[in-house]
Ligand binder design. Sequence first.
Ligand SMILES: [Zn+2]
Length: 338
Amino acid sequence: MTLAPVAANLPPIIMDGHCDVLLRLRDNGHTLTDPTEGDHHVDIPRWRAGGVNAVFFVAWINADRYPAEQAVHRTWDLIAAFHEQLALHPDELAHCRTAREVRAACGAGRIASLLAVEGGVALNEDLSLIAKYREAGVRYLTLTWQGNLSWVGSSHLNDGESPMGLTEFGADVVREMNRTGLVVDLSHVSDEAFYDVLRVSERPVLVTHSNSRTLSNHSRNLTDDMLRALADNDGMAGINLYSGFLEPKGRGSSHPEAVPVTIDTVLDHIDHMVQVAGINHVGLGTDWEGMKSPAQGLESADRMPALISGLRGRGYSEGDINKIAAENLLRVLEANEG
Ligand SMILES: [Zn+2]
């Protein structure tokens, strides 16, 4: 396998707001350096070839497999896996906790590496863990995954569950996250919880890996009204490259391979979300390593330059491309600091 050389004329920072690579590293014993290892989407050579120089490593906690106290242990284990990778690749990866550190790492030619936790089950209903995770370097927490928690509803209900929003304890979680600078991520939450959080949060939020529901009718995506509410909050939604959340409206998510989903489909979602929410509220959250069947032409991190060229082809200015590539996400991080 040969990787394309790093394309010239890329934005100074290309930041992937949601990458699930930690699981493969921890559970399969894989590395970040062997491009032939398994069928995967990202590694250091691919990030380098694609100009992706800032990445959120996500510790995804599967609540079905790791309930309650086990979720807390699993979270610390994946946080340890992140720090092991930093120690293994000190010349390539730089642990970043702030937007300023991201800029410095990218300026120095390293891959800015940030940590996130996906699944509020990681809190095990203990507010004191928020400050502890933040101290360990976690920058955002996705409140749910599939299935409701006792304090927040999910967009993807397990059998027999009813839709729900945010409870009073859930509001306390959001307030404590605001206080400590742990950014709230609303991908995966129910529509009810989405609006409840926006009423409580005093800081901008992220929706790290969700697309437009108008173009692809899936509960994991955002309606136009949700996109406008997100803009009012000064937050940001990251484009997810999973075909099932990009395919045209009406197909449902059960046969993502039935409709070819290409870079153009991704660009259609970006165009629509920018039109509705504004250029300051859209970014990237690929979901690489967290799904199968990414959009054709964007199968791995070395293909990122094709998306940047596509944005140029759609008439975006270099300044606007920089916003989508990183600046909008960095702004939300900054607004949750200090
Ligand atoms: Zn996810």
